[in-house]
Design a protein around this ligand. Structure first.
Ligand SMILES: Cc1cc2nc3c(=O)[nH]c(=O)nc-3n(C[C@H](O)[C@H](O)[C@H](O)COP(=O)(O)O)c2cc1C
Length: 365
């Protein structure tokens, strides 16, 4: 079985190891634009040795932003700073990836910075009317959504397709559709947030339709060498909600739409769910999807220790591991993990004098 520092090739794109920077909102944009913060933040993690660096959720329309400070990609202009960043990251040997998103009923909220206000940003304070499959708010503190019309659903699908095509042109080689954490696609998937009576609601086939259509349309627009991930919440963690069995069935369908890997997370669509949080708590879902749907998966959620990450791969529970908070604590986690596991890995040429003896420099992609 592969280990953490084995290469991973998917659709001709080769990651230098199995370590992925999980998408993390930085709430640091103005009008959706990437800036110096994104360059330093994501660039550091490429220098730090991750195989794949995914951006935070990038909104495909302005009303798809979680907060007014979210990254956005609804115009060609938004890709200019991202293309520069991608050039830098590829030069450090890291594959650039982007997470495309629409926050649905969880849009127009305050950025999640501890100590700052939470909940809805009202239109008079720079917020906006939010949209969702059904007119059901996430919670009392969240905005009241308007139910999407069929024409608006078609426009949204088109927005994802345009953003995906532009992403590839800007140098992203992995495109991830964010269908987890209670945002727009997840809201359609879960019967708790989708009460529609048309072809996008009701039966399982109808609830998954917007996502399978979008994935197939994105795939059709991308070159063969572009890798397509979908992030799913494998369960709502409440009875009667979205669950692991439906996730497996959906993963099978997404595979036929040309999706290459399911990034398996959980939760986010229900305000008060009891979640058994602990080391690697979501990994069993990644394993289940991988085995039962026969598609590559990534595991995420409280993966912090090199041996733990390595074990997930060696036991075939997932093909890649994603780390979020641990990579905030230590952007050089991959370099340190290689030392801990006794693997040779490359270092930035500029830092070789501090690297273990015999290390070589990162090779550009
Ligand atoms: C600051 C922060 C921002 C996040 N933003 C996103 C995001 O934009 N998209 C997403 O899918 N998940 C987001 N997440 C979730 C992470 O990608 C990850 O799934 C979660 O933190 C669990 O992994 P961890 O235990 O390694 O932190 C975010 C997490 C953090 C800590």
């Amino acid at each position: 079985m592969p280990h953490l520092f084995d290469r991973y090739t998917i659709r001709g794109v080769t990651l230098r190891n199995r370590i992925v920077v999980s998408p993390m909102c930085e709430y640091s944009s103005e009008d959706g634009f990437a800036n110096d913060w994104h360059f330093v933040h994501l660039g550091s993690r490429a220098v730090g040795g991750a195989g794949l660096v995914l951006t935070e959720a990038a909104a495909v329309t302005p009303n798809g932003r979680i907060s007014p400070q979210d990254l956005g990609v609804w115009s060609e202009k938004h890709f200019e700073p991202l293309a520069r960043l991608n050039h830098f990251m590829a030069g450090q040997g890291a594959v650039p990836g982007i997470q495309l998103a629409h926050a649905g009923r969880k849009a127009s909220t305050h950025r999640a910075f501890p100590g700052e206000p939470t909940g809805e940003v009202k239109p008079e304070n720079g917020g906006w009317q939010v949209v969702a499959p059904s007119a059901i708010p996430f919670s009392k503190a969240y905005p009241q959504p308007k139910e999407l019309t069929l024409a608006e659903i078609a426009d949204l699908r088109a927005a994802f397709v345009i953003a995906a095509a532009r992403s590839y042109e800007a140098g992203f080689r992995v495109i991830e559709l964010h269908a987890a954490h209670g945002y727009l696609f997840h809201e359609f998937l879960s019967p708790l947030s989708n009460r529609r009576t048309d072809q996008y609601g009701g039966s399982f086939e109808n609830r998954i339709r917007i996502l399978t259509e979008t994935a197939a349309e994105v795939r059709a627009k991308l070159p063969d060498g572009a890798v397509l991930f979908v992030r799913l919440s494998a369960t709502d963690w409440v009875p009667g909600g979205w669950d692991a069995e439906q996730t497996v069935e959906l993963a099978r369908k997404l595979k036929t739409c040309g999706v290459d890997l399911i990034d398996v997370s959980t939760a986010g669509n229900v305000e008060k769910a009891e979640i058994p949080v602990g080391p690697g708590y979501q990994t069993p879902f990644a394993e289940k999807v991988r085995r039962e749907a026969g598609i590559a998966t990534s595991a995420v959620g409280l993966i912090t220790d090199p041996a733990q990450a390595d074990h997930i791969l060696r036991t075939g529970q997932a093909d890649l591991v994603m780390l979020a908070r641990e990579l905030l604590r230590d952007p050089y986690w991959p370099l340190h993990a290689a030392q801990a596991l006794g693997h040779a890995t490359t270092w930035p040429a500029q830092y070789l004098r501090a690297a273990p003896k015999g290390s070589t420099a990162h090779a550009a992609l």
